[in-house]
Design a protein around this ligand. Structure first.
Ligand SMILES: Cc1cc2nc3c(=O)[nH]c(=O)nc-3n(C[C@H](O)[C@H](O)[C@H](O)COP(=O)(O)OP(=O)(O)OC[C@H]3O[C@@H](n4cnc5c(N)ncnc54)[C@H](O)[C@@H]3O)c2cc1C
Length: 447
């Protein structure tokens, strides 16, 4: 392994660590390194991010359903960088010159198309790629035009607005409307699709209680969950899938397995066998892949999902200076076959590990390998119904959990992220203030 990480080549002689992407993994890493190295003047930490605010992606289905307010949970990158001793630079990375050790960033335009920042390059001594993933449409016709993918807060909000509009439209039409006037089809019954279906059912029932009394939520609102595989939650243990399927049926969700979508239309989805499922709203939640621009970026090795292939040290296979974490990385699952799944849990663990290792490495110490610790899987089906399994030494193997305990474990996933980016005091104050304001606001977003 090249020991080039000790080089101090920045303008002020400091080692330059550039992190691209401030999501579940990247923001935690930038914050941690800011405190460890930026604050003490041991390295210069820069986060390049194309958005202005950070939002933890596993909450996107709650924004879509309207049960969470985006502004309450979004983190302003500029403020975060100021408080945690790193630099934030707005812009989308578009290229990499490994010879010159430079990241290329596209110009940023405002809503009127006027330039805010010109295209620029940013030099690095160590580069960490943390740009996440997108939904995989598997080349299905009509997805881009007619379906919404829950990839960004803006997409989730767009879905929510369309859902509220569909309800108001149905309410105004009164007795003239057809059966199942509001129909949502969710394609993909992985954790995202399952959680969205349950959250939507709860939110829609609530929404109509705010004066949309011409709608009967059970009769007029239908939610279809379509899965190409033989069962829901394909990546999770069978017992979780069975329990979740029972709960979904209890909520009145129409489950359809072995239903491969062949096309999405403006008025619904076509299935491979010729069946047509009418729907006003279609959400695409089937599979993830890294974006196309990552494919062989700067000559780095990528897999068929465009993920950067990394070694156990999280260094890319062809360049010791370039690391990758989170969904954009194909990291070996030590002790098992295959790569680590694209989960917030993995991104969090990698950020924690790399935060420690880069600090050590700068002191000339060798990098230790990262090992994924699978703490199990939890699926939230509304406020008090959560099912899953917990794994590891703490619970003595594989423990089945459900109900309120599982709900608390599920909520603790976000608390870990909050603690990593805010620390204990801000996390405690933020939680308390959200509890207070939740008493004075509608329980579902109405616009
Ligand atoms: C609806 C939904 C529910 C989920 N639920 C769960 C769950 O319950 N449990 C779980 O473990 N996981 C869950 N996940 C998966 C989890 O969100 C991801 O695994 C996790 O966010 C990956 O973290 P990351 O840091 O790799 O990427 P992300 O969190 O996606 O962050 C990537 C960041 O990179 C930025 N970026 C992208 N391209 C560029 C560029 N070119 N230049 C600059 N910046 C760029 C993006 O703006 C973003 O801020 C869910 C995902 C979704 C969508």
């Amino acid at each position: 392994m090249a020991q080039t990480n000790n080089a101090k080549t920045g303008a002020n002689g400091l080692h330059r660590i550039v992190i691209v992407g401030g999501g579940a993994g990247g923001l935690e890493l930038a914050t941690r390194l800011g405190h460890k190295l930026g604050k003490t003047g041991k390295a210069h930490i820069t986060l390049i991010e194309k958005a202005r605010t950070h939002f933890w992606k596993p909450h996107l289905h709650e924004i879509a359903a309207g049960s969470m307010d985006l502004q309450t949970y979004a983190i302003d990158y500029l403020a975060q960088s100021h408080w945690h001793h790193f630099r934030y630079r707005l812009g989308a990375m578009v290229g990499l010159d490994r010879e010159r050790r430079e990241v290329q960033v596209a110009p940023v335009l405002d809503d009127e198309g006027q330039p805010i920042t010109p295209p620029y390059t940013r030099g690095y001594d160590t580069l960490v790629m943390a740009t996440g993933s997108y939904t995989n449409d598997f080349g299905t016709p009509g997805v881009h035009e007619h379906a919404i993918a829950l990839e960004t807060p803006a997409e989730a909000e767009r879905f929510h607005r369309r859902m509220v509009n569909a309800c108001i439209r149905a309410h105004v039409q009164g007795t003239e409307r057809g059966p199942h006037q509001v129909t949502v089809a969710i394609v993909g019954a992985g954790a995202t699709g399952v959680e969205l279906a349950a959250e939507l059912r709860k939110a829609l029932r609530l929404l109509v209680t705010y004066g949309l009394d011409q709608i009967d939520p059970e009769r007029d609102i239908q939610i279809h969950l379509l899965e190409a595989g033989p069962r829901i939650l394909p990546g999770l243990p069978e017992r979780i899938a069975e329990a979740a399927a029972e709960l979904l049926k209890g909520l009145g969700i129409q489950l359809r397995c072995s239903a491969k979508v062949s096309a999405v239309r403006a008025d619904g989805v076509e299935l491979a066998g010729g069946v047509f499922v009418p729907a006003q709203l279609v959400v695409w939640a089937a599979g993830v892949k890294a974006p196309q621009w990552l494919h062989e970026l700067g000559g780095l090795e990528t897999n068929k999902l465009n993920q950067l292939v990394v070694r156990p040290t999280l260094q890319t296979t062809r360049d010791d200076r370039v690391f990758a974490i989170g969904d954009c990385a194909a990291a070996p699952w030590l002790g098992r076959q295959g790569t680590v799944p694209p989960r917030a849990q993995a991104a969090h663990q990698q950020a924690t590990h790399l935060g420690k290792q880069l600090a050590r490495h700068l002191r000339g110490r060798p990098l230790k390998p990262w090992r994924y610790r699978d703490f199990g899987s939890l699926v939230s089906l509304g406020q008090h119904s959560t099912v899953g399994n917990l794994m590891g030494a703490l619970v003595g193997g594989n423990l089945w959990v459900e109900g309120l305990f599982a709900r608390l474990m599920y909520l603790s996933l976000y608390k870990q992220h909050e603690l990593a980016v805010h620390g204990i005091w801000r996390t405690t104050l933020g939680t308390a203030s959200r509890l207070l304001t939740s008493r004075t606001e509608p329980r579902v977003k109405l616009h």
